[in-house]
Ligand binder design. Structure first.
Ligand code: ADP
Length: 292
């Protein structure tokens, strides 16, 4: 089956003054329709950069990025704007970033769809339905800024779904609430995912949050490094260039530096540290030096 999201060899380089930062260095990732994935990885690994590309807010410097039938790397600005309005919804860590102060919860949920030019009566009705779906009907006329963090995030979730997106992008959606509240939001996310047939890509640093996804994808140094599926088995990802990332613990355990020999024995790939190389060179050089 064709993946809903296809990222292949994605490269994003940021240039400032004389410094080039390779935020994504050939990232490969596919997501199927209706899947929920969690992106994890150390700070600076490229998670937000990837999320911004998926959001249609930024363009890759190289590689393929498609969502459904849309090629985001090539699409013109008009198509990308329509994609941002109609296909994708965002849920950011700070609920205040998702909401407009001074508007009621109901108005906040209506706003994105009104800005997208949807019919007022339809938008109004749908906002009621969404507030009901996130269990915030009773608070619909309140200013979200006077609500608790959890309630704000519920309203933000309703607002993110205002334009009936297929794809929901969430950046640390429970990063500012306590765990009891986070659990409720995550449960709600699952319910809404079923109800509105959403595909969800969520960035998190919290393993408890990642566990609620179908698959956890670890990004390291701008590349996909490993995945953990529902079977709880960690799989190392081999990217389109044949590269794989060997976890630091394993490299340390076998003393793997920057060189290795790779051999195939009975269908199994063996990676052997090539420690001797530097020593050989030093040895050869000192032997040569002594003899001259
Ligand atoms: P993460 O979300 O995993 O913490 P980011 O995607 O934010 O990582 O960043 C990846 C790398 O790209 C980092 O080295 C970061 O400093 C750099 N970076 C991100 N955005 C920009 C930008 N707009 N300008 C320059 N460098 C950037």
């Amino acid at each position: 089956m064709k993946p809903y999201i296809n990222a292949t060899g994605l490269v994003r380089i940021f240039r400032s003054d004389d410094i080039e930062t390779f935020a994504l260095q050939g990232l490969d990732l596919t997501v199927t329709l209706g899947e929920m994935i969690a992106l994890v990885g150390p700070s600076g690994a490229g998670k937000s950069t990837f999320l911004n590309l998926l959001a249609g807010l930024d363009r890759p410097d190289a590689g393929v990025l498609t969502v459904g039938d849309l090629n985001l790397a090539d699409a013109n600005e008009r198509t990308r704007a329509s994609y941002r309005r109609n296909t994708v919804g965002f849920l950011w860590q700070q609920s205040t970033r998702n909401l407009v102060p001074g508007l009621t919860a109901h108005e906040n949920v209506m706003l994105p769809a009104l800005l997208a030019g949807h019919d007022h009566a339809v938008v109004k009705q749908r906002a009621y339905e969404l507030l009901d779906a996130v269990e915030m009907t009773a608070q619909r006329n309140r200013d979200p800024l006077r609500m608790s963090g959890g309630q704000q995030q519920r309203v933000a979730l309703a607002a993110a779904l205002a334009c009936q997106p297929q794809l929901l992008l969430a950046d640390e959606p429970t990063g500012e609430v306590d765990w009891a509240t986070a659990e409720k939001i995550l449960l709600l996310l699952q319910t809404l995912r079923q109800q509105y047939k959403l595909t969800i890509v969520m960035v998190t640093h919290d393993p408890r949050v990642a566990e609620t996804a179908d698959r956890t994808v670890a990004i390291r140094d701008g590349r996909t490094s490993s995945e953990i599926g529902t079977d709880d088995i960690e799989t190392v990802v081999v990217d389109s260039a044949g590269r794989l990332q060997i976890p630091i613990e394993i490299r340390q355990r076998i003393g793997l530096g920057q060189r290795a020999t790779v051999t195939v024995v009975d269908g199994v790939i063996q990676i052997t540290p090539k420690r001797a190389q530097v020593n050989d060179y030093t040895l050869n050089r000192s032997t040569t030096e002594q003899s001259t």
